[in-house]
Write a protein that binds this ligand. Structure first.
Ligand SMILES: Nc1ncnc2c1ncn2[C@@H]1O[C@H](COP(=O)(O)OP(=O)(O)OP(=O)(O)O)[C@@H](O)[C@H]1O
Ligand SMILES: [Mg+2]
Length: 441
């Protein structure tokens, strides 16, 4: 018996009208009717909802899966596998990997598409986590219809990728012929959703600028999942879609030491074990700094971590960590450049505050602004992950970001006495945007 006929027979046997079943499966009555009359093919998500509503085990799911598999072969469905290469060394992050697994599992029986927003400061390991988890999920047999990866270039030297262009690449990747890709954003987004309908696909959107950039790219079909990485928590996304926020912070000291040991090798690490801990500390336990430092040790064939650990006693040397075209300072600059002038100035001045912990009152006094303005600026900086909440009232500048802010302030704001508190009702003029950008350019 065809899917539609079987569905009608189960429905009528239970005395349900079309409208009643439509309500239970959360699809509209017209859609249900067209499937019953064979005018529209059922998706696997729809079939799963029918099995749940009618208590038919996996009867409908199995038929719909078989129908889809056959249709896929007919349509020449391309199974993309776009994940970037995973690195051999991956430490820590067990809690975040578990949260991502839970999210995937929790949505297996839901009609919503899970969206995980992995966010945190520059170089903390957001992309690495997303890619590592994605490879793990695929090797566990999930997302069998393919995996898509898009670099949204949200923060970096150029401009953020336009969703309309990203959609074109995604459509090409799933096998839509170039001549059948529509021109407008809305149509491309709808075509993308149609192509992914009923498929178990993973979409990794790396380095997103904001929620507006992400929204048109989201699939709507149950069975799909999305992991987005960003240097902000993407405000405005969670109230529109089923998004979960996964903040990422630096590694703990033991994990940093493990990373260093794995990267430089046990022989070098054992040659000066105390230097491994010092190096981890001087890298602020930030994965990007650790990766740059360990490449330095290996490529210069240092016998142990000691010479570099000693070199990094200077904060300036830490900020100048680099390997090839990757530098720590560039990564920080990219976030700093997104700030408006008042936030940028406050960020720099906070880097010079002794004690490392500050609240709105400290900030107001340091920057010569009102307390309300200080709160607004602190909120803005925390949103960009350039400062972090320490407790309900206080913030701090994590690890190397304090050294970075202080270094910028020395160059842009002059000597400490110029950065000293000034009266709340007489704010000092901020340096011009030109001088700031020319220094970080
Ligand atoms: N858990 C980890 N274990 C080992 N190495 C890691 C880990 N996380 C990150 N790294 C290394 O740190 C470097 C920076 O990581 P990654 O690019 O993922 O950071 P990010 O947060 O995405 O940075 P950005 O903010 O610039 O996008 C990479 O070289 C990566 O290999
Ligand atoms: Mg990244």
């Amino acid at each position: 018996m065809a899917f539609g006929q079987l569905l009608r027979s189960h429905r009528t046997r239970r005395g349900l009208s079309l409208a009643q079943l439509a309500e239970r499966v959360h699809f509209n009555r017209g859609h249900l009717s067209r499937i019953e009359t064979g005018k529209r093919p059922p998706s696997v998500g729809f079939a799963e909802a029918c099995d749940r509503a009618l208590g038919t085990g996996d009867t409908f799911t199995a038929i719909a899966s078989a129908l889809e598999a056959a249709a896929r072969q007919r349509q020449g469905w391309v199974r993309p596998a776009q994940l970037p290469v995973a690195k051999r060394i991956f430490v820590g992050r067990r809690d975040l990997m578990d949260r991502l697994d839970e999210l995937r599992r929790g949505h297996e029986r839901s009609l919503a598409v899970p969206v995980a927003v992995v966010h945190g400061p520059p170089g903390v390991g957001k992309s690495t986590l997303a890619v590592h988890w994605a490879h793990q999920a695929v090797s566990d047999g999930h997302f069998a219809d393919g995996q898509l990866f898009a670099d949204l270039q949200g923060i970096g030297p150029g401009t953020a990728a336009a969703p309309v262009d990203v959609l074109k690449d995604l459509l090409l990747a799933v096998g839509v012929p170039a001549e059948r890709i529509p021109a407008g954003l809305g149509q491309r987004a709808a075509t993308f959703r149609s192509y992914l309908h009923g498929r178990a696909m993973l979409l990794v959107l790396d380095n997103a600028a904001d929620a507006r950039q992400v929204l048109p790219l989201l699939p709507a079909s149950p069975g799909c999942a999305v992991v987005v990485t960003s240097r902000t928590a993407l405000p405005g996304l969670m109230c529109r879609v089923d998004a979960v926020s996964l903040p990422v912070t630096e590694l703990c000291p033991a994990e940093s030491a493990t990373l260093i040991r794995s990267a430089i090798g046990e022989a070098r690490a054992d040659a000066a074990p105390d230097a491994v801990d010092v190096l981890a500390e001087r890298c602020g336990h930030l994965p990007l700094a650790l990766a740059l430092a360990t490449e330095h040790v290996v490529s210069r064939q240092h016998p142990s971590a000691r010479p570099l650990a000693a070199e990094l006693e200077s904060e300036r040397a830490r900020l100048n960590l680099a390997a090839g075209d990757m530098t720590l300072r560039d990564a920080f600059d990219a976030s700093y450049r997104t700030l408006d002038e008042p936030s940028a100035r406050v960020f720099r001045l906070l880097g010079r505050l002794p004690g490392g912990r500050f609240d709105a009152a400290d900030t107001a006094a340091t920057a010569g602004v009102s307390k309300d303005e200080a709160m607004r600026l602190l909120h803005r900086l925390a949103g960009a992950h350039l400062i972090r909440h320490r407790d309900e009232r206080h913030y701090h500048l994590p690890g190397l970001l304090r050294a970075y802010a202080a270094d910028l302030s020395r160059r842009l704001d002059g000597e400490p006495e110029r950065a000293a508190p000034c009266p709340v009702d007489a704010p000092r003029p901020a340096p011009s945007t030109r001088s700031v950008s020319s220094l970080v350019a």
